[in-house]
Design a protein around this ligand. Sequence first.
Ligand code: HEC
Ligand code: HEC
Length: 298
Amino acid sequence: MPAFWHWFVAVGTILFIIWCIWLIGWSARQGPQDKSDADLTGHKWDGDLEEWNNPAPKWWLYLYFITVFWGVGYLIAFPGLGNFEGMLGWSQEKQYEAEQQAAIERFEPIYAGYAEMEFEALAENPDAMKLGASLYASYCTTCHGSDARGAPGYPNLTDGNWIWGNSEQQITMTLKQGRNAVMPALAAALSGDEAIDNMVTYVRSLSGLVEADEAAAAMQPKFVALCSACHGMDGKGNQILGAANLTDDNWLYGGTAEDVRYTLVNGRNGIMPPHGELLGDNRTKILAAYVYSLGNGD
Ligand code: HEC
Ligand code: HEC
C-alpha cells in the first residue's frame, strides 16, 4: 500500500475508535438523571405507548466497550492498520504457504509411491489417474480446457495427435521444460499476395481440403525451399521442432484459408510454459502418465 493510503487508513481507523469511545461518554451525559414527563421523547403509538429517553442498559454498555477493546487488541495483533503487520506476524500468504506445505507433506509419499511405477502401468492405474486428473484440474485447465480438448492455439490433448511427441521422455520434457514453437512470418519470403494465396492453397491441398490448381501446384519447389527444413519434404512435420504435420486434418490454429494465410503472413509462436519446478519430479511423472492416457485411450 502506498504511504499515503497507509496513513489514511491508519489515522482514519484510530480517529474512528477514539470517536466511538467519546460517543458513548457523550451520550451517557445526555440521558435524564431521574424520570419525569420531560424525559419522554414525544413519540407516541396506539394512544398510550410512549418512548422514554432512558440511558442504555449496563449490559449493552459493557458489550460496546468489549467490542471496542477487542477491535483495538485485534489491530495490535493482526494486520489491519494500513501497512502495520501486527505483533503476531500472521499473514494470508504465510497461512497459505503453511497449508500448501502441509498438503505436500501429506501427499508426497503417495506421489512418490506412484512415481516408482513403470510409466505405462502408471497410465493404466485408475487410482493414480484420479490423482492425475486432479493435478490436471489444478494446473492445466486454464489453457487446455477442463475436458483437455484445447482451443485454437492450445492443443487438444485427447485426440491422439502429438505435436511434440507422446513417449514418456517427450511428454516429460514438454511438462518440465515447456515448449516454444517458432513458425516464422514468411510474407516477405513469399513475395507478393498472389504467391501467398497460392501457397495457402498448396498447404491446404496437402491434407485434401482443396484441390491444388496449376498455380498452387507450382509452389511445390517453394515449399521445399522455405518450409521443408521444419515441416519435412512431405509436410508431415517434425516433433523435435514442434512443427505441425500439414497433411492431416488436425489444425492447431485452424485450417480455413484465412487461418492458414494468417499463419504464413504473421507466423505463430505457441508457448507451453515450463512446469518442472512447480510440480517436482513425482507429480510431473503422474501428470505425464495422465496426459499419455488421455491421448492413447480408447
Ligand atoms: C499458459 C498456457 C498453458 C498451460 C498453463 C499449460 N499449457 Fe500445455 N501447452 C500450451 C500451448 C500453447 C501448447 C502448444 C505449444 C505449441 O504451439 O506447440 C501446449 C502444449 C502442450 C503439450 C504438447 C501437446 C502435443 O501435441 O505434443 C502437452 C502434452 C501439454 N501442453 C500438457 C500440459 C499440461 C499437462 C499442463 C498442466 C501442467 C499444461 N500443458 C499447462 C499452453 C499451456
Ligand atoms: C523455422 C521452422 C519453420 C519454417 C521454416 C516453417 N514453419 Fe510452419 N510451423 C513451424 C512451427 C514450429 C509451427 C507450430 C507453431 C505453433 O505451434 O505455434 C508451424 C506451424 C505452421 C502452420 C499451422 C499449422 C496448424 O496446425 O495450425 C502452418 C499452416 C505452417 N506452419 C505452414 C508453413 C509453411 C507453408 C511454411 C513455408 C512457407 C512454413 N510453415 C515454414 C515451423 C516452421
